[in-house]
Design a protein around this ligand. Structure first.
Ligand SMILES: [Zn+2]
Length: 147
């Protein structure tokens, strides 16, 4: 676990300090712990305003290659706040919806790990999908008029 956190901190450092919040997501093969893909949050900017963003989870899912091997994977999500402290990175509703693509690409989601200010939360796809406290991100709501 610590190793993943360290890899994600490295990835985040490579990303630079362009944004106020930095999210990193990795998708890991459960059998051998190899990182299959990763993603960062990337804001979409128009007229100097952030109008939307790719979430780290979304990009890691989009980059995931198709397989016929029914590979069991785990997802790790980490977020750093503006003070570069680890903070809550619970995947939003949009990203959870996108996780369907993981199954369509031939994988099975075993566990989902995301950071909190002090700890790492472990959950699974069914639990997080049915978690009624999960929300859309603020930007997404603004852009798509979701309440
Ligand atoms: Zn999201």
């Amino acid at each position: 676990m610590e190793n993943y956190i360290n890899s994600m901190i490295d990835m985040r450092n490579k990303q630079g300090k362009l944004y106020k919040h930095n999210h990193v997501a990795i998708i890991v093969n459960d059998a051998n712990n190899n990182i299959i893909t990763y993603g960062y949050n990337i804001p979409l900017i128009k007229d100097n305003k952030i109008i939307d963003s790719y979430h780290a989870e979304e990009l890691s899912i989009l980059k995931l290659p198709y397989t016929r091997k029914n590979i069991k994977i785990n997802i790790f999500v980490i977020r750093f706040d503006k003070n570069h402290e680890i903070s809550n990175s619970k995947p939003c509703k949009r990203c959870i919806d996108k996780m369907k693509m993981i199954f369509n690409k031939g994988y099975k989601i075993h566990r989902i790990y995301y950071t909190n200010t002090k700890s790492l939360t472990v959950t699974n796809y069914d639990k997080i999908k049915n978690d009624t406290t999960t929300r859309y991100s603020k930007l997404y709501k603004m852009r798509h008029n979701v309440i």
